[in-house]
Design a protein around this ligand. Structure first.
Ligand code: 5GP
Ligand code: ZN
Length: 123
């Protein structure tokens, strides 16, 4: 798995963006791609990524404000397209080793569908 500081040369999500690795793509615009997580943790689990390689939240620069906004707005659009515009969904970003990040290409987890029931089940 791609670790911190290894750059985009061997980045899994860069390869997906370049269509060099397979993925079930659900949304695309000029700067953003969203595809299904291979190990879904919810009935709908997508990963929303910038096409440009950015390692993590910790690697964001002040000039990345617009990119971060685009990621969240893409999530909103996906939520509406998939019928969760009113029902709601969860967005999560794991940041760095202690934040549980495993793939070092910035990504927003989009989780939707029966999240509350699943939470109750775990209690
Ligand atoms: P992280 O743990 O870095 O926040 O999230 C990485 C996510 O990438 C995990 O939820 C994991 O299931 C997903 N993932 C890992 N390898 C692949 C892959 O090859 N394809 C896809 N679509 N998702 C992957
Ligand atoms: Zn990358």
């Amino acid at each position: 798995m791609t670790g911190p500081g290894r750059g985009e040369a061997d980045c899994l999500f860069c390869r997906i963006v370049a269509r060099q690795a397979p993925a079930d793509i659900e949304y695309e615009d000029t700067e953003i791609l969203a595809f299904r997580d291979i190990y879904p943790k919810a009935p709908v689990h997508l990963l929303i990524v910038p096409k440009r390689h950015v390692e993590s939240v910790m690697a964001l620069a002040p000039g990345d404000t617009e990119l971060v906004g685009r990621l969240v707005l893409a999530a909103r659009r996906i939520g509406e397209q998939k019928g969760f515009g009113e029902r709601g969904y969860r967005l999560a970003i794991n940041c760095g080793p202690e934040g549980g990040q495993h793939v070092y290409h910035l990504h927003v987890h989009f989780l939707a569908g029966r999240l509350q029931e699943r939470r109750v089940e775990r209690r």
